[in-house]
Write a protein that binds this ligand. Sequence first.
Ligand code: MG
Length: 241
Amino acid sequence: MSTLTWLFDLDNTLHNASHAIFPAINANMNAFIARVLGDADAPASADAVNAARLAYWQRYGATLLGMVKHHQVRPEDFLREAHRFDDLSAMIRAERGLGRLLKGLPGRKILLTNAPRRYSHDVMRHLGLHRYFAKHIAIESMRVHGRLRPKPSRALLRKLVAQERTTARRCILVEDTAGTLKAAKALGLRTVWVTRYLAAHPDLQQRTDAVSPPKLSKRPVYVDVKVKSVRQLTHHLHRLR
Ligand SMILES: [Mg+2]
């Protein structure tokens, strides 16, 4: 039997991004989009910003992609502005024991996050989890045929499986975002849905989710294992191998 490959999401999977980080990213994004959509005299209104965000999110699965396509925004500028924090480490909230958990899970672990590299690197360092991951794939590296293809892109997941010289069946995606779990399941990956951090701020919970979030009380068909916390993964291993 070949090795398992674990694909771990970062925000709201390995730590609680809804606590302070997502609200800050949200405010940063709104300010940036208002500047881009506005004119020399004034930023655009909150209504105009919200309408653009909703439209791009529904059409492309990510606000970023719409801003790049329609407003000649450079992805690196958008990501840098969205991830400006006065004191990131003070904003991070996570459970204890994640290092022990990751160490005990059989197989290779890859971090797969739609966040930019600098931010995800800083969060992983703060959590002390970087050492358990063989690879760190941030949004800058999510390119297929030269184009930016963040999660939930199936092309991205397909490319990743091929690159890792494994099969979809031997890959397990651990995520909070429904759309990404759905895409992964369609390609034959195993899926774990982490629900712990979803309830508090449903409007801020997801970076890219064009699929409306399912009810937390249910296990959707594209989810193999539903856990509240990644710490419960060990109890479900038999259903993922
Ligand atoms: Mg997430």
